[in-house]
Design a binder for this molecule. Sequence first.
Ligand SMILES: Cc1cc2nc3c(=O)[nH]c(=O)nc-3n(C[C@H](O)[C@H](O)[C@H](O)COP(=O)(O)O)c2cc1C
Length: 226
Amino acid sequence: MPTATQLKPLDVVIRERRATPDFDGVPIKDADLRHILEAGLAAPSGYNIQPWRFVVVRGPEQKKALRGASFNQQKVETAGAVVVAIADLKAWQHGDLEAVARLSAEHGYTEEQIEGMRASVTGALSSQPGDICGWGPDWAVWGNRQVMIAFTHMMLMAESLGYDTAPMEGFIESQVKQVLGIPEKDVGVVALLGIGHRHGKDKPFAGRTPMAKTVFAEKWGESIKL
Ligand SMILES: Cc1cc2nc3c(=O)[nH]c(=O)nc-3n(C[C@H](O)[C@H](O)[C@H](O)COP(=O)(O)O)c2cc1C
């Protein structure tokens, strides 16, 4: 495990990270990859249900095929690894809820607490798309909400370890599914994360919309004073 002094501090990572246009093709060390994946799996999720799945693509043939499913983006093929982030929307009905319940018990949760969690998950997630109580208009929103936090953990940990990263939404989901053998039903491809070392220059920082326009105080439209 890297020590704190070997990791770039979070504020530096956030300031210096750029979406990498192209990689040098050098593989990522297994220990680093494990560390990056573990950071993702440590992310929070609603009821701790963890509906994420990740396919790590490192083989040249698979990367090439994945590039074909991703609008021919070169960085998919030149990344040391591409982590494909996936939402398994109904996994909770097929064993994950019970697995999470067992995990909670192992970590000291009481039977009463676990039963409460079971009831809440079943109540909230049994709704149909369109009438999901507060989960968003459809399952994709719910799934993306959970998976993107884990994805971001991985991106920031990779950067902290000294790698460059490229988040990507430019892909055809049905084609990605075909390349990776992902089931058609109840499983959604959320995003791709290229990880490696940059080839060539980084693209310049393009700036961010100021806080005065994007952050409000107490109510929509009311400016925040800090
Ligand atoms: C969810 C998401 C999807 C993205 N998809 C792509 C993509 O498919 N191809 C690409 O070249 N860049 C993609 N980007 C990179 C963005 O264009 C980039 O993050 C943005 O321009 C800001 O630049 P910066 O990350 O270097 O600050 C994506 C970024 C995010 C967060």
